[in-house]
Ligand binder design. Sequence first.
Ligand code: BG6
Length: 479
Amino acid sequence: IPVDPFDLVIFGGTGDLARRKILPGLFRRYCAGQMPEEARIVGAARSALSSEDYRALVAESVREVSGGRACEDGTLDGFLARLDYVRIDARGSDGWEDLAALMRPEMVRAFYFSVGPGLFGDLAERIHLHGMASELARIVVEKPFGHDLASARELNATLAAHFDEGQIYRIDHYLGKETVQNLMAIRFGNMLFEPLWNSQYVDHIQITVAETVGVGGRGEYYDTAGAMRDMVQNHLMQLLCLIAMEPPAKFDPDAVRDEKLKVIRALDPVEPHHIVRGQYLAQDGEHPGYREAVNDPRSRTESYIALKTHVSNWRWAGTPFYLRTGKRLVARSSVINVMFKDAPHSIFGQEAGRHANVLSIRLQPNEGITLQVTIKEPGPGGMRLVDVPLDMTFAEALGPDGEDPPDAYERLIMDVIRGNQTLFMRGDEVEAAWAWTDPIIAGWQSRGEVPKPYDSGSTGPGDADLLMKRDHRAWRGIK
Ligand code: BG6
């Protein structure tokens, strides 16, 4: 179904995110017939380019990302025809009148701030000043949304000076992932799980986001952030919220976000001995170690985190949540495991703590959901038990003709145009997440903690296994 016609301005329109994610994503939505004839996309950046140059640049990125597919029959030309470019000075006055002249009245207008947070205020102010902040205007901002609670508050205040909260879309691209939304469908669309979804039946929850990539060319940013700010404060926190929150009364933006906020506020502070930080080492002389990658032989920034926390409320008291994420690990795998308790009495003599029932929600790769159950091992060998997965891999469930699910960015940008904020973070959520993270980071700093080295291609530092072992538990394998 096509969305309403819109003007979309991408500040940082020549940057990496725009070229790798935003524009190719928009192209796929165009191919899927979701973009109306009158839609217009304006790239805005510092470089002196003509609209013609910009279209050529976008064509190149789209071809690279989509592997040349769908571009032969003139589709790409049709998409490019919707593109314009304006050279703009974010801190000055150049280009703003030109941009304002392109905006059409009575139309949805989205401004995507694909730039560093240092420019958010300048952009918001100028959009306002040049009469573009109409009621139908909305702004989209990327992470990092601040560096700590104080800077996030400042950013929120800066944006609030020019836009209402209902016009501000803070992106966490994890919320746009297919399985993440399915998590809500599974929880709140079925009767089967919700009665068991509490500390009486759930032993603990594991959330793992493992990556094989290192910090790559982003060393400068990453070294000021680390895994805590880069991944835990936002992506893992959002996953935790969706797992732990109470059923909202409606699937509407504020109802969902109110419930998520309550979870963040119920999180216990993390004890120092419940956190393990790691930093990856070089691999086979082929891949540089973390410290080389960020060009600081003494860097104390973590590229890995494992931690235990509790959601201190009626539903979850006594059920720990274990979170871990890291770079240069053995496999790329994002998965949430809900580990159910043992049956209260073992009639078959199974050992304790074996977790017969595990609900695994796989975000990537191979998106899908698996419920592990125990059955009798087939054959004449007596009453021997085995664990088998009831597997629902989305690609299989939807069949070979099933449409590829849209990439997170595609979905989220279309939600911006539709005016649906459900999958975006509200200002108070972001602040609450920082309020939980700040003391943890401050603790490391005051104690002068150095992260534990771990081998690239491993599952992270051994201490992360100990964190579990002390509780008589173990991580589910990453692969
Ligand atoms: C980003 C982080 O937000 O998410 C990156 O800044 C990380 O460091 C990335 O690699 C992971 O996203 P995805 O979608 O590849 O899991």
